[in-house]
Design a protein around this ligand. Sequence first.
Ligand SMILES: Nc1ncnc2c1ncn2[C@@H]1O[C@H](COP(=O)(O)OP(=O)(O)O)[C@@H](O)[C@H]1O
Ligand SMILES: [Mg+2]
Length: 300
Amino acid sequence: MPAQVVTTTDLPLPKFSVGKVRDTYDLGDRLLMVATDRISAFDCILPNGIPDKGRVLTQLSAFWFDRLSDVIANHLISMDLAELPPALSNDATLRELLAGRFMIVKKAKRFDFECVVRGYLAGSGWADYQRTGAVCGVALPAGLRQGERLPEPIFTPATKAEEGHDLNISLDEMKRAIGEDMAQTIADASIALYKAAASYALDCGIIIADTKMEFGLLDGELILIDELLTPDSSRYWPVADYRPGGSPPSFDKQYVRDWLEASGWNKQPPAPALPAEVVEGAATRYREAYEWLTGHPLPE
Ligand SMILES: Nc1ncnc2c1ncn2[C@@H]1O[C@H](COP(=O)(O)OP(=O)(O)O)[C@@H](O)[C@H]1O
Ligand SMILES: [Mg+2]
């Protein structure tokens, strides 16, 4: 049976937040995070879902949480259907909808920062470097090309804007906001997580060019929250296609972006529907990312 494509959820629980991709429900001292198959491009949610995308994101996050748990504790409690509230776990339709795409997590007091680590020069980092020779105030050697690997990964935080685009800030600004020690601890953890993940992924044929993490406090202890090192929160590039000096193709969304660019769409909502082969191409890439990194196919 083909996988069910899930683009919306309407569970009988209070909503905590609805993001571009995930629907999060409030369970009191826990959260239920459900990754749908929604995909966004150019800041717009597309009408099509990508089959299995939510399951790939959830299970890749879980893979990284487990693999990196010796670096820092994280919020994941369970991905087991039996742990869901009875109103969900007793409902066969909901079980099928949720299987493999949800996490029950510890609700933390979030630090309102996107903790970005960049190992390569891309996106807004590249734009910043061309303008200032630095990225978010971190000075870099002259003459780096677009997509080039940095001498050392850098921590470039941003504030989490409720609306609109996140604002890049310096580590010093973050220190002024939450204290020198906490900001430094978060920066060090972010870099350590990125380094461990990037080196592992490289052996699997994937460059993790950059990534965004979030942290929170639980009973006074710093923990990792949100999603971790997924193709949605990171730039994944296939090693085989990597050529510094251009804009490297992203692992997963390239078909989608290329098709949208060629379609003549003016990038204002609503976005046009994607043809079946573009949807399938993207789905294949998400499944491949999972398979390359974990060494086995996405479980049925
Ligand atoms: N363990 C957690 N405790 C509290 N808040 C969390 C936790 N994990 C994630 N969050 C927050 O829940 C929200 C999930 O929304 P998300 O799906 O990422 O949408 P978006 O990023 O588009 O707002 C984010 O605001 C995130 O910071
Ligand atoms: Mg998010």
